[in-house]
Design a protein. Structure first.
Ligand code: SF4
Ligand code: SF4
Length: 78
C-alpha cells in the first residue's frame, strides 16, 4: 500500500498538499493538525503533493508491489 510520510516538525499546516491531490487521497486531520493519507488505495503516486509542499515536509512512499500500483491495475485490465 502506498503511504505518505509527514514530518510534523516541518509541516506549516498550509494544506496545499490536501488541495493538490487530484484523487482526494489526502485529508486534513483536525485533531493532529496535519494532513493524512486517508485513502492510500486511491493514490496514483504522481508525487504532486510532495513537489508542491513548500516546507518539504511530505514524502510519498510508493509501494511498487502493491496491487494498487496504477501499472498493476492497468495490466489486470488487459
Ligand atoms: S502522490 Fe498524487 S495521488 Fe498520491 S496522495 Fe500525492 S497527490 Fe494524491
Ligand atoms: S503542503 Fe506540506 S507544509 Fe503544507 S500542509 Fe501539506 S505537508 Fe504540511
Amino acid at each position: 500500500m502506498h503511504s505518505l510520510k509527514i514530518d510534523e516538525g516541518l509541516c506549516t499546516g498550509c494544506r496545499e498538499c490536501v488541495d493538490s491531490c487530484f484523487v482526494d487521497a489526502i485529508r486534513w486531520d483536525e485533531s493532529k493538525g496535519i494532513p493524512i493519507c486517508a485513502y492510500p488505495e486511491d493514490c496514483q503516486v504522481c508525487f504532486v503533493c510532495e513537489r508542491i509542499c513548500p516546507a518539504r515536509a511530505l514524502e510519498v512512499i510508493p509501494d511498487w508491489k502493491s496491487k494498487y500500483n496504477p501499472r498493476t491495475i492497468a495490466k489486470d485490465r488487459r
